[in-house]
Design a protein around this ligand. Sequence first.
Ligand SMILES: [Fe+2]
Ligand SMILES: [Fe+2]
Length: 291
Amino acid sequence: MADDAFTETLARLSIKSRSDYYNPYTRFAWPTEVPTERWWMSPEYLTVHGTGLVEDENVLRALARQEAINLFSLHVHGIRDLISAVCQRMHTPGFSEYNEYLHHFIGEENSHMWFFAEFCDRYAGGLHPPTAFPLRTDSRGDLWDDVATFARVLVFEEIFDFYNSRMGRDPRLPAILRDIHAAHHHDESRHVAFGKPLVRRLHERARETDPGRCGEIERHIKGYMSYSVRSLYSPRAFRGAGVLKPLETRRRAMAHPARRAFHARALARVNKYFVNNGILQTAWEDEDVHS
Ligand SMILES: [Fe+2]
Ligand SMILES: [Fe+2]
């Protein structure tokens, strides 16, 4: 995207954020309770789906509740870390043209953190705690750190959108859950429309100044993609749902061919984008999840 086109995109997205603006604190009708006999996640999105490892429907429904809470907790913890990295860049010389839109982005992510956490607090006794993040980030304070930050945001958002876009329309889910997924999907479509040209620009800028870190950043992005897949498989969720041999089942589920195909689908769009734009020289493969 040429500079002019990107400037236009930024202006258009900022206008859209203003016109779509909502008050997150009044946006949702929170029921007294969410029925546990309904699916809290579409069963096809459960981490054991297609593996035959868990057959008991009560356990599967309990796992759906646990994995919904895990997914929402991942958003809160993941975005908290990512928006703090974005905040550090706002109103600094290299980011001046993005300031207006970044205010919308951060404001919207703040709303998302609130409503995801609110659901967990109201109906599940709180968030799952954050898990250790194994990757080194922002190590040099140079242009490549900008690439790494916004590439992580993009990976994160694409995975979430893979879940939100479907579950926002699934009549098996209680209305409050459908509504949360649909609201998030609506905002995220703008964030991804911003993130893709931004990451490409930042990558071009960094490559011109220091091509030497290209490979390192490629490994970092792939590491984040693998970390993101692993984080969907929560030991706490498996235990909380009453899955037998939870750690072994979790490990076997993650390595199951049906699930590996699912991981590839969840990341297909962002993977293709990275390769087509020279950000990854070779596509991310599910193999990395297990190494
Ligand atoms: Fe979000
Ligand atoms: Fe977002």
